[in-house]
Design a binder for this molecule. Structure first.
Ligand code: UDX
Length: 430
């Protein structure tokens, strides 16, 4: 710790709130994390972490002197100098971000005139800061600063991303608030990019949209590779060697999912629509991603002839490996489409917490990939869990009713799988 220790209140004990709270405590600050869900607070108080995020449990344990969890608003705000808003903003019926949880946190700050700053960590539409400012001003809190300090952490690497970021974006309403929030990050290994509030709000949305664009772009090129006989793995590698383009986010697959890309890209599209502008490129990026999952089912149908009565194993359910998060996971679309076509769905995943809703009530879950593919007519690698590389595929080829494998993440070697007798298809490879 090299900066001045601050008293921080964090609203929301989800992925972002817990990572933010634990990392700020690690930097030496005194942090109170508040959530309105009593069950979540009880779990945290008992020393457990209600989500799977590598390193987070250790960080919370190591900093328990500086980190408390509560439902109580008074306790949260009693000593607080800075209030971090880390609640979620799910899509509303119109596709805009639903800010109701943000507003209820802002409303709850109205009595806290001792605060020095309110900071928005949650991803919000551009212009939200001005609206929060107006609410604070109307409550007689003109003296409290406001900042947008968006998060760029990815699930599975969130703690490392927070403590070693490419940049810390601070969009503040005034110079003193900018200094305060930049100072809060002393000890973090990354440059601070200071700007106005609206620009900071836009940085977050633009960054996620550009990352999603890279993936949809490479997925379209992969489709063209399938039609022309080129190999996307060679293409993506060599394209990425151009330092102006870089190799990140050029992995082809069956589409992006998760808690951020789908929600934030749609929110940015709607934000543009609300100003009367149609974001054509981003609309295409979203469309390509939707198609990518449906194409997977179509390609499987081409091989099997029909899906009706077929047993299909989904290997991996989470939206990416290293997380238990099922939000907007491509697997949910694949399962629904398979069931709609009359297939039986079997699945395996080491971490997933499938919601107690369709399509998962109609599927059977198995303890190992081998059990999931046993007797199946086809298997789809949906999430590139490393365990799938260790499967005894030679044996799996003999236990499957038909050895058809769609590798949706290009995890396995085509020649090896074909030598084992699989009808093997993947993304953008001949
Ligand atoms: C993302 C951003 O990376 C992060 O900066 C932001 O704060 C939140 O959203 P996350 O959703 O955790 O993080 O996952 P990420 O690793 O970025 O992957 C998102 C999706 O894209 C996954 O479904 C993944 O499988 C897919 N993906 C990623 C690809 O299909 N190809 C790639 O090359 C990279």
């Amino acid at each position: 710790m090299v900066g001045k220790p601050r008293q921080v209140a964090v609203f929301g004990a989800g992925y972002i709130g817990l990572v933010t709270g634990a990392c700020l405590a690690e930097l030496g600050h005194q942090v109170v994390v508040r959530d309105i869900n009593p069950a979540k607070i009880a779990v945290l108080r008992s020393g457990d972490v209600p989500i799977y995020e590598p390193g987070l449990g250790d960080l919370i344990t190591r900093n328990k002197e500086r980190l408390t969890f509560t439902e109580d608003l008074q306790e949260t705000l009693a000593e607080a100098e800075i209030a971090y808003v880390c609640v979620d903003t799910p899509p509303s019926a119109s596709g805009d971000a639903d800010l109701s949880r943000v507003w209820s946190v802002v409303k709850s700050l109205e009595g806290a005139s001792h605060l020095r700053a309110v900071v928005m960590k949650t991803t919000v539409p551009v212009g939200t800061g001005s609206r929060v400012r107006a609410v604070l001003d109307a409550a007689g809190l003109e003296h409290i600063g406001y900042a947008s300090n968006p998060e760029f952490t990815a699930e599975g690497t969130a703690v490392n991303d927070f403590l070693h970021p490419d940049r810390i974006v601070v969009g503040a309403s005034d110079e003193a608030t900018a200094r305060l929030i930049a100072g809060l990050h002393h000890g973090v290994d990354g440059p601070v990019a200071e700007m106005d509030v609206r620009s900071a709000e836009m940085v977050k949305l633009a960054s996620n949209a550009l990352l999603a664009t890279k993936i949809s772009f490479i997925n379209e090129i992969a489709t063209l590779c399938e039609k022309t006989g080129a190999d996307i793995e060679h293409v993506a590698r060599a394209v990425g060697l151009d330092h102006r383009l870089g190799h990140h986010f050029l992995r082809p697959g069956i589409g992006w999912g998760g808690s951020c890309f789908p929600k934030d890209s749609e929110a940015l599209r709607q934000l543009a629509s609300n100003t009367g502008y149609h974001l054509q490129l981003l609309s295409a990026v979203i469309e390509v991603n939707n198609l990518q999952k449906r194409r997977a089912i179509q390609r499987l149908t081409d091989v099997l002839g029909t899906l009706a009565g077929m047993r299909v194993a989904l290997l991996g359910l989470t939206f990416k490996p290293g997380t238990d998060d099922m939000r907007e996971a491509p697997s949910t679309v694949l399962a629904s489409r398979l069931l709609a076509e009359g297939a039986g769905v079997r699945c395996w995943d080491p971490m997933a917490r499938p919601a107690e809703t369709e399509p998962w009530t109609w599927t059977s879950r198995h303890a190992t990939p081998e059990l999931a593919v046993d007797g199946a007519d086809a298997a789809i690698v949906v999430t590139e869990w490393p365990q799938l590389k260790e499967v005894n595929w030679a044996q799996a080829a003999t236990t499957m009713r038909r050895p058809v494998l769609f590798d949706g993440r290009n995890l396995l070697e085509p020649a090896e799988m074909r030598a084992l007798g699989f009808t093997y298809i993947s993304v953008g490879r001949p």
